[in-house]
Structures are given as structure tokens and as C-alpha cells.
Unconditional design. Structure first.
Length: 493
């Protein structure tokens, strides 16, 4: 095999630090890697946007190594030329390689005769994985014959508030912290490099498959895990479930609740899954909703979380509400629907607040699944738009939440360990409320489409109209599901 194909990128080596099997697959079985979906691509794009903005804040005149990620030779040559020039004080995307490891440095800047390294992260703090990432970068540089005088992380400042974004980034020196872990990281890199030349490592599945993010090879490694497996027990420790699997206990039906269940919820899940009979505490459910007052307003919000704030008073990753759906059930059973979706590039929050206040009357319970989310968004809007504060606070004071009732008093095997409405609704109400067969299947994907409109990236009227209908249908389904769940509770005997 050509040596260039053996280059191990920093991102793949970081993957290997979590799991040697994932690194091996990244090099030898790229075909098994999950396809990049719209939500993942949006996350990549957001990271690129943060990186580009960081350059503006640091030194907009710096040299950018324009070579593509796979253009090893051109990137290395361009880096050498830029660093050799006395006129260049800052280099972005500088490339380094020792013939095996290959990495690109976000920012290299010169101070006197010394070069310093900065890695840009889109988070709002320095995390352990960031230190490991920089350590991998430093090992690559050292083996390529270059050692920077210091290293730092440049991350978003959660205290920055739009429109005054002069403090959008924080630069935190991590030279000492990285130095402490560098020998361990370098030793592990050597072990990982060796592992890529042999057979695929036999490593069991576990928390590393999902933490701090889902591995792109999870579908391959988890292939063959059956439905109703021990991994679907509610709140189960993934590593504990993996140990059960290794002992031969892979399906929940193989368990006895009195021997395994760590808590009452897990016991209930095992018994319901083994028997095939849903657990329903009818008396407790009815008691839980008896004080809900008509008219009932079933409310759901959709939000986006821009890394770089662009609306008054917002900080990095502020939740910005751009849409709501509200189904209304009158005491006589009449059902109506109200909704709002912001389709302009302006701040959506005040129009949402105004439309919400108009949609929800002064009396009646407001039903939201996981209501703390809607509560937090309304509190934020009340602070930002005091003209709506009284009405919004009234709505907040009338919030009721079906989620705790479902968690405490219901379990169906088709919840698959989750009490998300996307699991609960189809299990109890039927396939009509399945989300996985809809064009917009989750809030992340909805946010991707919404961001394209909110940022003016989508201007074709027919495309906007099509996306509008998909977003409205998605949010509408959440609130209709809540209505049907409330009706289902009423119908229990």
C-alpha cells in the first residue's frame, strides 16, 4: 500500500484514543463509517464558521494554507514556505507530518523568534478531549522537527453578548496541562500506530461508543444487537450492559428483575418487556391529570442554538425559539390548532412571544412534554421583551408536564428504554405517531432547515414553502401526540 494511505490524521488519532478499533476501521474500512447526515454536516459547518471567525479576531492578515485536507504534499510545502517568510507572523491550517502522523494546526503565530500554537474549539470551555487533541498535535509537530514555545485553546466566551462581541473568544494557555499528559499520549500513539498494521482489534462496545459523542462506526460495531437488548434498559450503564452481554445475557427477556434491576424503573421495564404486557398505573395517571384545567393548551417549541450569537442579548449557544405549535382542547372536547413559524432573517423571539401570547388564553393548563424546556425559553423571552412578561409569566405559572407521569406510571416494551415522546407516542398510540418515517424526524434536523431560512441561505420561494410545510408538520405532530396521550389516559379503565 502506498505510504500516503497510511497517514493518520489528528482526528483519526483522537478517535483511536477512545477506541483502537475505531482507528483501525477509519484507516482500513472507511466504507463502514456512517454517512454524514444533514445535522452532522451542519455541526461541521458551524465548527468551520467558528474557526473562520477566530482568524478575524486573532489576525485577519495571516497566511491561510489553502490545500485540501487530503492534499498532503501541497499543504506541507505551503506551510514550510509560509513559516520561512519573515513577512508572515501568523499561519492558519499549518500542516505537519513525520510520514505517518499528519495534522493541521488551527493557528500558529510568531512572537520574536518563537512560534506559538493555538487550537480553536467551538465549545465554551476547555475539556479533557481538547487537551488530548493538542497533545496529539504536539507529538506530530515534534516528530516533524518543530516544537512550539507554548500551546493554548481559543474557545467561545459564554459571557459574550451580542451585539458587543469584542470578547467573543477566550484564549486559555494549556502549556503546563498538556506537558503533563504528553508522555502518556505519545506512548499510546505508538501503540495505536502499531495496532493499525495488524488485525482489527477485538474491543467490546461500551460508553466510548457514545461519549463524548457518537462514534461514526457505532452502527458497524453494534450490528447484531437485537431489539429489547440489555442496552435498552432505562438509565442503564452502557459498560455494565456490555459486561452482561459478554456473560451471555444480551436480551432483556433473559433477565429476572429480582436478580438484576437496580431500581424500580428498571424492574418495571424488565417485567413489561419479558411479559409483553405494558405496565400502566391507571389510578396514578388519572390522579396526575385530574387538576388540569380547561381549556388545555398543548404547547411545543422548536429552537436553534447559534454558536456565534446574532440576536440582541444572545450569547454563544443561546436557545432561540423560532416556532411553536399549540393544540387547544376545550372542555366540551372541541380541538383547534394555533402555530407560528418565523421565516425571516430578523430576530424571531419577539414575534414568537407575541404570537404565543395571542394563542394562549388567560386561563387553562398549558401542557408541555418536558416542560422545563418551554419554561426556560419563556423566561428568557420575558426578560428580553418586558412588554410580554406578564402574559408569559402567566403561561409559565400554568405549565403541567406529562413526562414525569409517563416515567413514573407507564412502561411499554416499545419505549426501548426511553421516555421521549418520540418513543412513547408510537408505542401507546400506534404507527401514526412514528417519527422515523417523516421527512423531518427530530429537532436537530428541524433546526438545520430552520437555520437555512433564518440566515437567508434559502431564498427560492418554492423551496422555502416546502420546508415551511415540513417544519410545521413536525412541530404540529408533537403537540397532537400530547393531545392523544391525554385522551389515552382518559380512556384507561
Amino acid at each position: 500500500m502506498d505510504q500516503q494511505k497510511y497517514f493518520i490524521s489528528k482526528s483519526n488519532m483522537a478517535l483511536g484514543m477512545r477506541c483502537a478499533k475505531a482507528l483501525h476501521l477509519a484507516i482500513h474500512r472507511k466504507d463502514l463509517r456512517a454517512k454524514v447526515d444533514a445535522a452532522t454536516q451542519a455541526r461541521f459547518d458551524q465548527g468551520n464558521e467558528v474557526g473562520a471567525r477566530a482568524r478575524e479576531y486573532f489576525d485577519s492578515q495571516g497566511a491561510v494554507i489553502q490545500a485540501k485536507p487530503w492534499e498532503y504534499g501541497p499543504s506541507l510545502k505551503a506551510t514550510q514556505q509560509a513559516m520561512a517568510s519573515s513577512e508572515v507572523q501568523t499561519v492558519y491550517e499549518a500542516a505537519f507530518s513525520d510520514g505517518v502522523l499528519y495534522s493541521r494546526a488551527d493557528i500558529l503565530f510568531r512572537r520574536g523568534s518563537e512560534w506559538h500554537l493555538i487550537e480553536v474549539k467551538e465549545g465554551t470551555s476547555v475539556k479533557e478531549e481538547h487537551l488530548i487533541d493538542v497533545a496529539i498535535q504536539l507529538v506530530t509537530m515534534k516528530r516533524a522537527g518543530f516544537v512550539p514555545a507554548s500551546s493554548a485553546i481559543m474557545h467561545l466566551n459564554k459571557k459574550a453578548v451580542f451585539p458587543e462581541l469584542s470578547d467573543l473568544f477566550v484564549v486559555q494557555d494549556i502549556t503546563t496541562e498538556v506537558a503533563e499528559i504528553l508522555p502518556e499520549v505519545e506512548n499510546k500513539i505508538d501503540i495505536l500506530i502499531a495496532s493499525t498494521k495488524g488485525q482489527e482489534p477485538a474491543i467490546r462496545i461500551g460508553k466510548r461508543c457514545e461519549d463524548p459523542y457518537e462514534c461514526s462506526f457505532k452502527a458497524h460495531c453494534w450490528d447484531g444487537i437485537p431489539d429489547y437488548s440489555v442496552f435498552e434498559l432505562p438509565r442503564v450503564d452502557v459498560d455494565a450492559a456490555a459486561s452482561l452481554m459478554e456473560s451471555g445475557l444480551i436480551e432483556i427477556r433473559q433477565l429476572k428483575s429480582e436478580d438484576f434491576a437496580a431500581n424500580e424503573l428498571m424492574k418495571r421495564a424488565i417485567e413489561a418487556t419479558v411479559s409483553g404486557q405494558a405496565f400502566i398505573d391507571v389510578v396514578a395517571l388519572k390522579e396526575g391529570v385530574k387538576d388540569w384545567a380547561f381549556p388545555l393548551y398543548f404547547l411545543d417549541f422548536e429552537t436553534v442554538m447559534p454558536a456565534i450569537p446574532r440576536y440582541e442579548g444572545c450569547s454563544p449557544y443561546t436557545q432561540v425559539t423560532y416556532q411553536f405549535s399549540c393544540h387547544v382542547v376545550e372542555e366540551g372536547g372541541e380541538l383547534s390548532h394555533r402555530e407560528y413559524l418565523h421565516l425571516a432573517t430578523s430576530d424571531p423571539r419577539e414575534p414568537v412571544a407575541a404570537a404565543l401570547v395571542a394563542a394562549v388564553g388567560p386561563v387553562g393548563s398549558v401542557v408541555s412534554y418536558n416542560a422545563k424546556f418551554e419554561k426556560a425559553r419563556m423566561e428568557e423571552m420575558a426578560r428580553c421583551f418586558p412588554q410580554h412578561a406578564d402574559a408569559l409569566n402567566s403561561i409559565i405559572g400554568r405549565l403541567v408536564d406529562p413526562l414525569p407521569l409517563m416515567r413514573a406510571h407507564v412502561y411499554h416494551r416499545d419505549f426501548h428504554g426511553s421516555f421521549s415522546i418520540k418513543k412513547v407516542a408510537p408505542a401507546l398510540l400506534g404507527s401514526e405517531f412514528r417519527y422515523d418515517n417523516k421527512e423531518v424526524s427530530d429537532g436537530l434536523l428541524a433546526g438545520v432547515w430552520a437555520e437555512r431560512i433564518l440566515r437567508g441561505f434559502m431564498s427560492n420561494p418554492s423551496e422555502v414553502a416546502s420546508v415551511r410545510e415540513k417544519l410545521l408538520a413536525y412541530c404540529r405532530m408533537d403537540t397532537l401526540a400530547m393531545v392523544r396521550l391525554w385522551e389515552w389516559i382518559q380512556a384507561q379503565k
